[in-house]
Design a protein around this ligand. Structure first.
Ligand SMILES: Cc1cc2nc3c(=O)[nH]c(=O)nc-3n(C[C@H](O)[C@H](O)[C@H](O)COP(=O)(O)O)c2cc1C
Length: 175
């Protein structure tokens, strides 16, 4: 599969088969995250792999929008370090994309669970504390997202895409 095929195939997969993901494949996905670029090449993001069922079930209650974590074979928590770089959020987000696409290459589905909430500090604090406490994440790390991983149980419904004209502009905005 080349990169364009992986991008074309990538979807949010939140229903998983009860099948173990081999360690080798999880290591490959983590290696892709490790290779992701970061602003000024600073180590502003970290990754925590979770495979224990109890832990996944606990994390599934971090927000109302991640119940699918309880059925996932694994999860990767992406943390950011504002003390290291002003680009921590972008760095963590790019690494998430690397994780998502490398999972596609391995036939593994992934879903993105937002933890950090930029508009509601209280809600962000509540979600982050919940994850932080469970995984012993130091206070200087922000908790950006949890990506669930697992073998897809079914294909997601076809997605309606916006018109390219409304998203891509040539030369100037609106052209
Ligand atoms: C920044 C971001 C936050 C997201 N947060 C959640 C979330 O908390 N829970 C969830 O189930 N999906 C979440 N998603 C998944 C999107 O809803 C999904 O990617 C989008 O509907 C497009 O569908 P697709 O990934 O199949 O193309 C998030 C995706 C992104 C990029």
């Amino acid at each position: 599969m080349n990169v364009f095929e992986a991008i074309q195939k990538r979807r949010e997969i939140s229903h998983y088969l009860p099948k173990l993901i081999p360690t080798k494949e999880l290591d490959q996905i983590l290696h892709a995250a490790y290779l992701a670029p970061s602003g000024n090449n600073l180590p502003s993001r970290e990754f925590i792999l979770v495979t224990e069922k109890d832990s996944l079930q606990h994390l599934a209650q971090a927000t109302p929008f991640v119940p699918w974590l309880s059925g996932a074979g694994a999860a990767i928590i992406i943390t950011g370090r504002p003390d290291i770089s002003k680009y921590w959020l972008q760095d963590a987000s790019i690494a998430s994309g690397f994780i998502w696409l490398s999972a596609v290459e391995l036939g593994i589905g992934s879903a993105f669970g937002a933890i950090y909430h930029s508009e509601d500090q209280e809600e962000s604090e509540r979600r982050e504390s919940y994850v932080r406490e469970h995984l012993h994440i130091p206070n200087d790390r922000r908790i950006v997202a949890i990506l669930g991983l697992g073998y897809p149980e079914k294909e997601p419904p076809t997605k309606t895409l916006l018109s390219k004209d409304s998203i891509i502009h040539y030369g100037k905005h609106g052209k």
